[in-house]
Ligand binder design. Structure first.
Ligand SMILES: [Cu+2]
Length: 265
């Protein structure tokens, strides 16, 4: 071993020292504080504020959708927090004067830091994948209904309206009326171009294709207003291709059926 190598080994800091040296830098400390503040803000927004702006939860599917939105916002909060933390530090600490700005070693060459961010962001991705698969299973279970007892609704999308037919009850409507707590099987098709059937509060969405029937099941679990939109760009008035509906009690639903000329099974 040459004298030169020995000298370098004595000087080269351990990984722990490199991290603690990094945190002696004022800019790194400020960035860390900003990162924590931004992360906390996004965690609070994700947990308490965003769900208030989402459609009301009226089925198991929509509950799963809400959990996914909340979980993914919280998981991504530290990443957004770090980016905005660095940005805030850079924008609030402008260098003035004629001297060149102070510069330290680049963070990207700091081994421990690189390992930490790779492992941590890898873990976030893994959690997101596992969480997504678990919720997919929730959707699969919620979609399993007994089709003999389920209410059948035939949905037709056309430029630019939705129509709903209840074959067992002899009723047709341009509003989506459903009884609460009864499984529903939707049979969906299109009269012209491709559309996508999206009753927001039920947390389901499926293509409505010409010459083809797609199926999706769910069970409304809460009384209230439904909004139905088209989620596939389908022409000039796509944005206006929407209607409303209601999840009602079984008695109210039967009344609606009979008052519209249908018969209750
Ligand atoms: Cu459409």
């Amino acid at each position: 071993m040459s004298d030169n190598t020995q000298h370098e080994e004595e000087l080269s800091p351990t990984p722990g020292q490199r991290v603690s040296n990094l945190f002696k830098r004022n800019d790194v400390r400020r960035t860390t504080v900003f990162t924590f503040l931004w992360t906390a803000l996004f965690v609070i927004l994700g947990l308490y504020i965003y769900p208030k702006f989402m459609p009301e939860v009226m089925s198991v599917d929509m509950k799963a959708m809400e959990r996914i939105m909340v979980a993914f916002t919280v998981i991504s909060a530290p990443i957004a927090g770090l980016v905005l933390g660095i940005t805030t530090q850079a924008l609030t600490n402008r260098h003035t004067g004629n001297t060149p700005p102070p510069d330290g070693p680049a963070v990207r060459t700091n081994g421990p830091v690189v390992v930490v961010w790779s492992v941590v962001s890898g873990l976030f991705c893994l959690i997101a994948v596992v969480w997504g698969l678990v919720e997919l299973n929730t959707f699969a279970n919620a979609a399993t209904v007994d089709e003999r007892t389920a209410l059948h609704v035939e949905v037709v999308g056309s430029q630019w309206v939705w129509s709903f037919k209840y074959p067992e009850l002899g009723v047709e409507s341009d509003k989506l009326m459903l009884p609460v707590d009864r499984p529903v099987t939707f049979d969906i098709t299109s009269a012209d171009v491709n559309h996508s059937f999206w009753p927001l509060q039920l947390g389901i969405k499926i293509d409505a294709n010409r010459l083809q029937t797609t199926h999706i099941n769910t069970t409304p679990t809460k009384l209230g207003r439904l909004d139905v939109k088209c989620a596939e760009l389908c022409g000039l008035y796509h944005a206006y291709m929407e209607t409303s509906g209601e999840v009602m009690t079984s008695d109210d639903f039967n009344n609606w059926v009979t008052s519209n000329g249908g018969h209750v099974a």
